[in-house]
Design a protein around this ligand. Structure first.
Ligand SMILES: C[S@@+](CC[C@H](N)C(=O)[O-])C[C@H]1O[C@@H](n2cnc3c(N)ncnc32)[C@H](O)[C@@H]1O
Length: 234
């Protein structure tokens, strides 16, 4: 599998997930681009959002995804994240039923408790995908769905850009970033038992370029992806 170090054009100082997101927190919601994941979530057709009884948002961060789920009518949403500071921010949104500090690959939450599991803009921080897909399988009810939305491996490699933020001193700081080809997602998910219900990719388009004109050279390149996986019932 590709190693991000072979593509890195920025050479920013790199920190681990907990350090990075704790430091990014004050500016996270104003700098993360909704255009990367929200249009993909809006475009999914296989998830019956308002009939979901119980959802868990893995890598919930400050609650952007939870807020979107809540507005789509998902009633009971739990959240899991590794970074205590972002969990405190998520708590303030009021959209989560319960919040847990844990790794998405080993949550300790009850098995077969969720008919929807989401993981948005998190996979590039995971060294391995198989533990995530196995843990999501353990958490899902029979017939349950897993939605994975991510920064596209193609654009990570083509741009050489890690997930990064500007800290309070003005330094650009990278957060540990891994490249996972879409075939790696497919293999890990299929090995865990999931079946593919839907897949979408979002290109760099006029909307994205209006917000980020410097990306013109990437016009048409895939920017982000969404998978919907289903745990077969029975
Ligand atoms: C880019 S944010 C995405 C947050 C939210 N889903 C959103 O779309 O705004 C990535 C989040 O994943 C969390 N994270 C990264 N690796 C994790 C892991 N192994 N287990 C739990 N949380 C993790 C980070 O703490 C951070 O809050």
């Amino acid at each position: 599998m590709p190693d991000f170090a072979d593509f890195d054009t920025r050479r920013y100082r790199t920190v681990d997930v907990r350090t990075g997101y704790a430091e990014w927190l004050p500016t996270y919601e104003t700098t993360v681009a909704d255009l990367m994941d929200i249009p993909l979530l809006d475009a999914l057709t296989t998830v019956p959002w308002p009939s979901i009884r119980s959802a868990v948002d893995l890598g919930c961060g400050t609650g952007r995804t939870g807020d979107w789920l809540h507005r789509r009518g998902v009633a009971a949403i739990d959240g899991v994240d590794l970074t205590p500071e972002v969990l405190a921010a998520a708590r303030e949104t009021g959209v989560y039923r319960r919040l847990f500090e844990a790794d998405v690959a080993a949550t300790d939450l009850d098995a077969a408790a969720y008919d929807l599991i989401t993981l948005c803009l998190v996979d590039e921080h995971l060294a391995e995908l198989s533990p995530l897909y196995r843990e999501a399988w353990r958490l899902a009810t029979n017939g349950g769905l897993l939605v994975v939305v991510g920064f596209h491996p193609h654009i990570i490699m083509a741009s050489g850009m890690p997930t990064h933020f500007q800290n309070a001193s003005g330094e650009q700081v990278a957060i540990e970033t891994h490249v996972h080809l879409l075939s790696e997602h497919a293999t890990a998910a299929l090995d865990a038992g999931w079946t593919l219900a839907e897949m979408k990719e979002r290109p760099v388009d006029d909307g994205w370029l209006a917000a980020k004109p410097a990306w013109e050279r990437f016009r048409g390149h895939p920017l982000s992806f969404a998978f919907v996986w289903r745990k077969p019932s029975g």
